[in-house]
Design a protein around this ligand. Sequence first.
Ligand SMILES: [Zn+2]
Length: 141
Amino acid sequence: MPSTATPATATAAFVSKQKSAPKTAYKLWLTPQTSSGKSSNKTTHPTEKDVLKVTLFIENGDGVAFANNNQIHVNANYLGTYKGDLRREFNGVLYHKMTHIWQWDGNGQTSVRLIEGIADFVRLKANYIPSHWVQPGHGDR
Ligand SMILES: [Zn+2]
């Protein structure tokens, strides 16, 4: 996505790669409505996060990556030792972390499992399924 994109445009570019999600959800998300019911590209929806810029860092660290304060930090050691399709894994990590950038957390009251599940769902729908995820029919529940 272009770095000069407005937040709504960036969001649109992010979700447009999802092929099978209902279009009505996108319309609610991407097209803020005015009080008269007309669409407006100038009005910011009050529930949207004000994300003007996201900065990506690739640096040595722990784990895979983390996101906070509109920053994504990806562990260079993880990328450097990754066995498999690195581009696919990197894109998948970015889909997951970008979801966190735009997610609300209910002022810290939302379940971490719900937050992570939504980010993984976005990654899943973008078709960047990591090889270590349990395949259909192979779970323990
Ligand atoms: Zn996460």
